[in-house]
Write a protein that binds this ligand. Structure first.
Ligand SMILES: Nc1ncnc2c1ncn2[C@@H]1O[C@H](COP(=O)(O)OP(=O)(O)O)[C@@H](O)[C@H]1O
Ligand SMILES: [Mg+2]
Length: 304
């Protein structure tokens, strides 16, 4: 998978990056209330003196006021996401999963607490954190290839280089014959793969994915899960993957974090299944069955 991007300096490049942030904010969040243009530099030190690594969520709360009443979507959340791990956030609809991901992506800020990446507080969107939102954000007037190239175009990468990178990613998500198709000419599964390729084109170190396969049929969903694992395996990238589907959580994750009502942490379950995973067989493993029972109980206990 891709290596880290080269740094682009200079005032012109910085301006294009700011434009990129604004576009990401506009197209990709339903609940953001803050429009951050740039990530402010933050101290690299960790408050507890531990070496900075991965994504760290410390005492985070986020509320919304509706009809004069404040409701907490996330409350007192502490979570350490190790660099290079595949962590799934599992929970029922409305338990605060998207709210959490929006904060990690830097699109909205916690009311209290701190979210940091590699020891730096996340103060706005960053190019090293890729975000695939719950809803399709491909631009309908751009072809598949030009959608995928977009993050590089906004960074001022020359056309030939962009094209090479997009072609390589299109092959990796198995959309070779569709380069010049528009989003409306692609199926739901193809559009999700295109979204994945566009996120990867920006060469992020960590991938934030919000129910990316939620609206697809079971067979297609399993194909895309296998594609994602193939792309991720050996890449060293950190993944935070949100889902409400217990099977999907166990098939993909190294660890499943269950959120309950009000964004409380209900269970933190390590997944001891071998990799690479054969998604047809993994469900038969005793470790899968045991974790499945614990996760089912955690989801049930929160419902009562
Ligand atoms: N922008 C917003 N304004 C008001 N309430 C919101 C907003 N975004 C989310 N919420 C509320 O926060 C709670 C969690 O929402 P969300 O994070 O979207 O849940 P999930 O992604 O787990 O389905 C819900 O009760 C939802 O109505
Ligand atoms: Mg959601």
């Amino acid at each position: 998978m891709a290596t880290r991007p080269t740094a682009h300096g200079g005032p012109i490049r910085r301006m294009t990056r700011i434009r990129y942030y604004r576009i990401v904010v506009t197209v990709s969040t339903k609940s953001s209330s803050t429009d951050h243009a740039v990530a402010a530099p933050a101290p690299a030190a960790d408050s507890a003196g531990r070496p900075p690594d991965g994504i760290r969520i410390e005492g985070v709360a986020r509320s919304f006021v509706k009809d004069g009443r404040r409701r907490y979507a996330i409350r007192d959340l502490d979570l350490d996401i190790e660099s290079g791990s595949f962590v799934v956030v599992l929970g029922r609809s409305g338990c605060g999963k998207s709210t959490l991901l929006n904060m990690i992506a830097g699109l909205s800020r916690p009311d209290h607490g701190r979210i940091s990446y590699r020891g730096e507080e996340i103060a706005g969107p960053r190019t090293d954190l890729g975000y695939l939102t719950q809803h399709d954000t491909l631009m309908p007037w751009r072809t598949l290839r030009r959608n995928i190239e977009l993050p590089l175009e906004l960074r001022g990468v020359p056309a030939a280089q962009r094209r090479r990178r997009a072609t390589e990613l299109i092959a990796r998500v198995r959309l070779d014959d569709f380069e010049e198709h528009y989003p409306r000419e692609l199926s739901g599964g193809m559009r999700r793969r295109a979204g994945l390729a566009r996120m990867l084109c920006a060469e992020p170190e960590a991938l934030l994915m919000d129910e990316p396969f939620g609206a697809l049929d079971a067979q297609l969903r399993q194909e895309l899960q296998a594609d994602l694992l193939r792309l991720w395996h050996g890449s060293g990238k950190t993944v935070v993957f949100v889902t409400h589907d217990l099977d999907e959580a166990l098939c993909l994750g190294d660890r499943v974090v269950v959120l309950g009502r009000g964004g409380r942490l209900v269970l933190d379950e390590p997944v001891r299944l071998p990799r690479p995973r054969d998604l047809d067989r993994v469900r038969l493993e005793p470790a899968f069955v045991a974790s499945h029972q614990r996760l089912t109980a955690a989801l049930r206990s929160d419902a009562s």
